[in-house]
Design a protein around this ligand. Structure first.
Ligand code: GUN
Ligand code: FE
Length: 471
């Protein structure tokens, strides 16, 4: 059998998660990628001078000068997965701090999202949003669009054109929304949902980059017949993902249960409508019912749902400082990833979400009298990469540097290198903690996680395609 043709080759250090709680540092590694964006070799240890002869053996047609040598202190990491992002809120990020969730939705969000009724506007804004998120290293996102079909189709097209992996969902909302931003009927909502699913499957028939996701916004904005219709769609089509907001804040949980008094928890409600399963992404999960073995934790575990942890939104918009019990979810083996919830919060950066996940887990440790230990850097990195990939159904496809997986990766470059004597060895734009010439990879990696920003994400690849090039 002949080896597949190589289209990309990288040599240097790559860092990824080897488990939920540990990273693996792959030094002196040669990674090759084929024309379909798949990793075909991950060879180590191999020194830089051995690379040309090894490549000549693997694929004699690959031009040796095209090898990318990533040298100290730069390194590769898997692309970031944003498991919860509202694309139409790109323009409102940061506004409405201090408001409770339902007031923020009425005052800020619904009027903003109503503007996406205009497909030309939607096309322009979505092109900007997708490009901005890619620049921040988000190689895969699970998007909520607005309730509009044409706008949603533009979002899927923008992801495909710019090369971002995405789940794209049209919001379903047929009640408790303003007259200018509400769907006229259950039938209209379901018909538009089906049209969007068909369109997404038409532009990407095998879902190699963009896939549809059912998106009942939350139970407050959906009538029972609409939830029922969406549950039927999910049941009849096992390849469809599902996403919704779940137990985000007390105000929202109380309002939900007063609309559906027959249920005592949101888990009971969404399970009743057949919306919970291994393809479901539940954003927030901050206020969970008591963990007595039969409560909501047990339901999410039993039904294999994934959680989009959005610590930025949970500590700003929403009403209070809400700290989701991530340590407990991880201990139970429940899938967890990070979400920016852009714009519920002030940032669309996964690096910021990583930091807030640490802060929130520290709060949880204090709150629980030390029982729920704070998250480690290794764990939050896992949530941002492989953990998120598992939540969006790509746990075997991306998230690690392994033969057979697709190459979604970031090249990270610290912007300031100092010698042991404090002399400047190299300098570029950025604010990341300076690194030293003899610093360990683990220490450099940790400095990037806690103090780097998009200026240190110098190149971004999705499925082997370069979507942000070094300037
Ligand atoms: N619940 C329902 N819609 C939204 C939204 O747009 N953002 C957040 N954070 N929560 C929601
Ligand atoms: Fe949200």
């Amino acid at each position: 059998m002949t080896s597949p043709r190589i289209s990309l080759a990288f040599h240097g250090t790559a860092i990824h998660s080897s488990s939920v709680s540990s990273i693996e540092i792959l030094e002196n590694t040669l990674i090759t990628v084929d024309q379909q964006g798949k990793i075909t070799n991950c060879i180590r240890p191999i020194s830089a001078h051995e690379v040309p002869s090894t490549l000549a053996h693997l694929d004699p047609s690959f031009p040796a000068p095209s090898v990318r040598y990533i040298t100290f202190p730069s390194f590769l990491i898997p692309g970031f997965v944003d498991t919860h992002n509202h694309a139409p809120q790109y323009l409102q990020r940061g506004l409405g701090q201090g408001m409770h969730i339902l007031d923020w939705l009425s005052a800020m969000t619904f009027p903003n999202e109503a503007r996406f009724a205009d497909p030309v506007y939607a096309q322009r804004l979505y092109a900007r949003a997708v490009s901005a998120f890619l620049k921040q290293g988000i190689t895969c996102a699970s998007y909520y669009s607005s309730l509009h079909g044409p706008a949603t189709r533009h979002l899927a097209e923008a992801c495909l054109a710019q090369g971002q992996r995405a789940l794209v969902g049209k919001c379903n909302m047929d009640r408790n929304s303003p007259p200018t931003y509400i769907e006229p009927s259950v039938e209209a909502s379901l018909a538009e949902t089906k049209a969007c699913i068909e369109h997404i499957r038409h532009i990407d028939p095998i879902g190699s980059m963009v896939r549809p996701v059912l998106t009942p916004r939350f139970a407050i904005s959906c009538t029972a017949p609409l939830l029922s219709g969406l549950g039927d769609l999910a049941t009849s089509d096992p390849s469809l993902a599902i996403q919704t907001h779940f137990n985000e804040a007390q105000q929202e949980v109380d309002a939900t249960l007063s609309l559906f008094p027959e249920f005592s928890t949101e888990a009971q409600l969404y399970e009743h409508f057949n919306l919970l399963g291994p393809r479901t992404i539940l954003a927030h999960c901050t206020v969970m019912s008591p963990d007595d073995g039969t409560g909501e934790m047990a339901t999410l575990k039993r039904l294999e749902c994934g959680i989009a942890h959005c610590p930025i939104a949970n500590t700003s918009v929403g009403g209070g400082f809400m700290a989701a019990p991530i340590r407990t979810f991880l201990d139970k083996g429940i899938k967890v990833g990070l979400g920016t919830d852009s714009g519920g919060g002030w940032s669309s950066s996964i690096l910021d979400a990583i930091r807030m996940a640490i802060v929130v887990s520290n709060a949880r440790e204090v709150q629980s009298g030390g029982v729920e230990k704070a998250l480690s850097p290794d764990e939050v990195f896992y949530l941002a990469t492989l953990g998120g990939a598992r939540v969006v159904g790509l746990g075997d496809t991306v998230g690690k540097f392994e033969v057979g997986r697709e190459f979604d990766a970031l090249i990270v470059r610290p912007n300031e290198v100092l010698s042991k004597e404090g002399e400047v060895v190299s300098e570029a734009n950025g604010v990341m903690t300076p690194v030293e010439t003899d610093e360990s990879w683990r220490s450099i990696w940790e400095k990037f996680l806690v103090s780097g920003d998009d200026r240190n994400i110098v190149e971004v690849f999705v499925k082997g395609r370069c979507v942000k090039a070094s300037t």
